[in-house]
Design a binder for this molecule. Structure first.
Ligand code: UDP
Length: 464
């Protein structure tokens, strides 16, 4: 239900990656429904589709990226380039917006945490800056301790120490710490430290999580950071499906829904690794035969480029699709929200991107975890060892282990216990959004915060 208009605008700035744009647009919708006018200021690369949001104002700023740089194949490099080059273009864009009399006065800017360059831009314009962290709080707690982890010798990660416990962060082991495959590991460390430092200088942090899920990390972060934090997730569950526009950069293949309709309840393994993760040809072949040998039905999102350079199905073993006898359905991109809430889906084999993890939690779907990089390893550890709503696959993927993991979760008693816990967690996710629930209360606090700290128009600024 929409509240009365508040006569104030908010400028939101997404990072141009699917897993970041979607939650930011969902947050924008929540704040729109709370009465604010919404301006989305975005890079030209991967710009959101304005026609899906006729009630928002979309204003691009030049991202200064060449054609070859405008790619998600190396998300860290892309983000670093934007942080390096976009301060001036964004500053110009915001100056125009601040003096535009046709807009409601701008109360503050809400920036994706990864775009840390927005801090200096906002300071120079005396614009309060809130930060949206699209990942989970538990993984952010790990990021915030990177300097400590380095000083204690856990970072950079040495593979031979993978099984060692990280005493400061139970139940994590060294192998669960965030890592990305990059030519320059130092660049990842520096990016994380800068993101954390600039986040601490914001006026508050909004999290797509809920207190009951990540209370430990949220409490620790509240103690460590002297700024307010607002866990108001799960974002995608705030609004009724009728008021949700698509946040997808890719077109979902809807054919999987009628296919799911033909399957038994809890009988299908949904397999998807999100929008960026890549796997090797060998891993793909092991996945394929593991799925086939498990004899369970499956819906597999085989994204073009999942195996780098692939167009679509060509990395699959010859005869694989034919061997399934209709037991498998393969698409390039799925309507994941609808898939996870479909009664036929019994498990989600995921890379544990935060959005996928949270979406699975919200639907009570047990997970088979295969984290690939960055925060995904921490998310996976929480799924398997803290919330106990999934199991992890070993690092060296082999078809026999895939088959065994699917059996454990779909057929065995262990899987039944996991499903029960997943349904209990789903109930908590439902409750936090009800009247008086933790995320509702956080949202009310956030709205009060935006009002009380809103930007005051400087006397030298003319708006008419
Ligand atoms: N997604 C989707 N269809 C797909 C695969 C993924 O709609 O076939 C969505 C998914 O629902 C999630 C997002 O893409 O909201 C992926 O975000 P996540 O944080 O899980 O992973 P990332 O893509 O950032 O690695």
């Amino acid at each position: 239900m929409e509240r009365e208009r508040k006569g104030l605008s908010l400028v939101l700035i997404p990072s141009p990656l699917q897993g970041h744009i979607a939650p930011l647009l969902e947050l924008a919708n929540i704040l729109y429904c709370s009465g604010f006018s919404i301006i989305i200021s975005h890079t030209l690369f991967n710009s959101p589709n304005p026609s899906a949001y006729p009630h928002f104002t979309f204003v691009p700023f030049s991202d200064e990226l060449s054609q070859s740089e405008a790619s998600t194949s190396d998300p860290l490099h892309l983000t670093n380039l934007i942080n390096l080059r976009c301060a001036h273009p964004l500053s110009r864009c915001l100056s125009h917006l601040l003096s535009d009399p046709s807009l409601d006065p701008i109360a503050c800017l809400i920036s994706d945490a990864a775009l840390h360059f927005t801090r200096s831009v906002c300071d120079s314009l005396h614009l309060p800056r809130l930060v949206l962290r699209t990942g989970g709080a538990s993984s952010f707690l790990v990021f915030s301790l990177f300097p400590l982890l380095r000083s204690r010798g856990y970072l950079p990660i040495e593979e031979s120490r993978g099984e060692e416990a990280v005493a400061e962060l139970p139940p994590l082991k060294v192998k669960d710490l965030p890592k990305i495959e990059t030519k320059d590991p130092e660049a990842f460390y520096e990016f994380v430290c800068r993101m954390v430092d600039e986040l601490k200088l914001s006026s508050g942090v909004i999290w797509n999580t809920f207190e009951e899920l990540e209370s430990y990390a949220l409490e620790k972060l509240t103690l460590e950071f002297s700024i307010p934090i607002y866990p108001i997730g799960p974002f995608h569950k705030h609004l009724t499906s009728g008021s949700l526009a698509s946040t997808a950069l890719m077109t979902p293949d809807e054919s999987c829904i009628p296919w799911l309709d033909t399957q038994e309840p809890n009988s299908v393994v949904y397999v998807s690794f999100g929008s960026i993760a890549a796997i090797t040809q060998t891993q793909l072949v092991e996945m394929a035969w593991g799925l086939a040998n498990s004899k369970q039905a499956f819906l597999w999102v085989l994204r073009p480029g999942l195996v780098p350079g692939s167009q679509w199905l060509e990395p699959l073993p010859d005869g694989f699709i034919e061997s399934l006898g209709g037991r498998g359905h393969v698409v390039k991109w799925a309507p994941q929200g609808q898939v996870l809430s479909h009664p036929a889906v019994g498990a989600f084999w995921t890379h544990n991107g935060w959005n996928s993890t949270l979406e699975s939690v919200c639907e009570g779907v047990p997970m088979i975890c295969m984290p690939c990089f960055a925060d995904q390893k921490v998310n996976a550890k929480y799924v398997s060892d803290v919330w106990k709503v999934g199991i992890q696959l070993p690092n060296e993927l082999q078809r026999g282990e895939v088959e065994q993991a699917i059996q454990r979760i779909m057929v065995e008693d262990e899987g039944k216990a996991i499903r029960e816990r997943a349904l209990q967690l789903k109930e908590k996710a439902d409750l936090c959004l009800q009247q008086g629930g933790s995320s509702r209360r956080s949202l009310d606090r956030l709205i009060t915060h935006i009002f009380s700290s809103r930007r005051q128009t400087h006397p030298s600024e003319k708006r008419e």
